[in-house]
Design a protein around this ligand. Structure first.
Ligand code: TXD
Length: 328
């Protein structure tokens, strides 16, 4: 069987980790594209030169030319600026929208059959823009945010309860911004509700406080890393999260993961990209798993969708030549 081909657009912090993870897991041959000359070639040479130690057999290529992404099964996009301390993801809209337009045109021309996973921020707006520019079917264009945000929530729960994070299930829905919605009601440790464990540990009122603190930390977790790093944003965790999505598609795993997907009426939202639980397999987003939100969750979800809408509404001002496509 021929190897899969994965192209990574953006060879910075996340792009480099993505390339290494693809190689370590032998997901397929990898192309790393960046506009900076020599840098992607250098990173791929560096990774290739440890193939014997790490025991992988895949071809690795760094490039500055879009033609090298031809025949890709999956394209993962990290091109764009990361935040600096004090910035919100939304502050990146104007500069990253211009980059995303260029990148999407490259993908459309050279990898028209690929699945596309966007990582660049502000995530939901960047996925929307990529889908509009490429015109690819929505099940082939998606964003990574929820896998990471949910994993952050699971991590804080595991630390609080002193259990393995592998046994924690908790999801974060909505847009990948300060309004994201950690779903408390369904958070569980191998089926046992987290809230019940917190009440047993702390008593009713303290349990709520502890949960609220974990929810708030989850929402601000990206900023916490940005502040500590001082320069740039999280890169190991978004890379691993996107690899889980790519692997689910390439190996037809039917994983249920929170994915930034185009909603067509699900959760009461029409024609916007936001994070919801999806089945990922060989056909990309094969199903959106809808479930009943309670009144408070739905209100928080709607608020998050409204924040995404606000960004989408700004796109035609940033890209006036795209106004018609963006309205379609
Ligand atoms: O979970 C998530 N979705 C995220 C997203 C979590 C953390 C960070 N997230 C966002 O990913 C972050 O806000 C940024 O928008 C992207 C990429 O973050 P990274 O840390 O990898 O940024 P770098 O190191 O600056 O790398 C970006 C690369 C850099 O090498 C540039 O030269 C390149 O993008 N770049 C381009 N590549 C191709 N084409 C164009 N036009 C281009 N412009 C810049």
């Amino acid at each position: 069987m021929a190897r899969s081909k994965i192209s990574l657009i953006g060879g910075g912090q996340i792009g480099g980790v993505l390339a290494q993870l693809c190689a370590l897991r032998e997901l397929g041959d990898v192309v790393l594209f960046d506009i900076v000359e020599n840098m992607p070639q250098g990173k791929m040479l560096d990774i290739a030169e440890v193939a014997r130690v790490d025991q992988f057999d895949v071809d690795l290529k760094g490039t500055n030319e879009y033609k090298d992404i031809a025949g890709s099964d999956i394209v993962i996009v990290t091109a764009g600026l990361p935040r600096k301390p004090g910035m919100s993801r939304d502050d990146l809209l104007a500069v990253n929208a211009k980059i995303m337009k260029q990148v999407s045109e490259g993908i459309k021309e050279f990898a028209p059959d690929a699945f596309v996973i966007i990582i660049s921020n502000p995530l939901d707006a960047m996925v929307t823009l990529c889908q509009k520019v490429t015109g690819f079917p929505a099940e082939r264009v998606m964003g990574q945010a929820g896998v990471l945000d949910s994993n952050r929530f699971c991590t804080f729960i595991a630390w609080e309860l002193g259990v393995s994070v592998r046994d924690v299930n908790a999801m974060v829905l909505g847009g990948h911004g300060d309004t994201m919605v950690p779903i408390v009601r369904y958070a569980n440790v191998n089926g046992v509700p987290v809230m019940e464990q917190l009440v047993r540990k702390h008593g009713e009122s303290k349990a709520k406080e502890v949960m609220t603190a974990m929810v708030e930390r989850t929402k601000m977790a990206g900023g916490e890393v940005v502040k500590l790093l001082g320069n740039g944003s999280a890169f190991y965790s978004p890379a691993s999260s996107a690899i889980a999505m790519a692997e689910a598609i390439l190996r037809d795993q039917k994983r249920v993961l929170p994915v930034c997907a185009l909603l067509k009426g699900e959760f009461g939202v029409d024609n916007y990209y936001v994070g919801v639980p999806c089945v990922l397999g060989a056909d990309g987003i094969e199903n959106i798993i809808e479930f009943e939100l309670d009144e408070e969750e739905q209100a928080l979800f709607n608020n998050s969708v409204a924040a995404v809408k606000g960004l989408i509404d700004e796109l035609p001002n940033i890209l006036p030549d795209m106004a018609d496509v963006l309205k379609s």
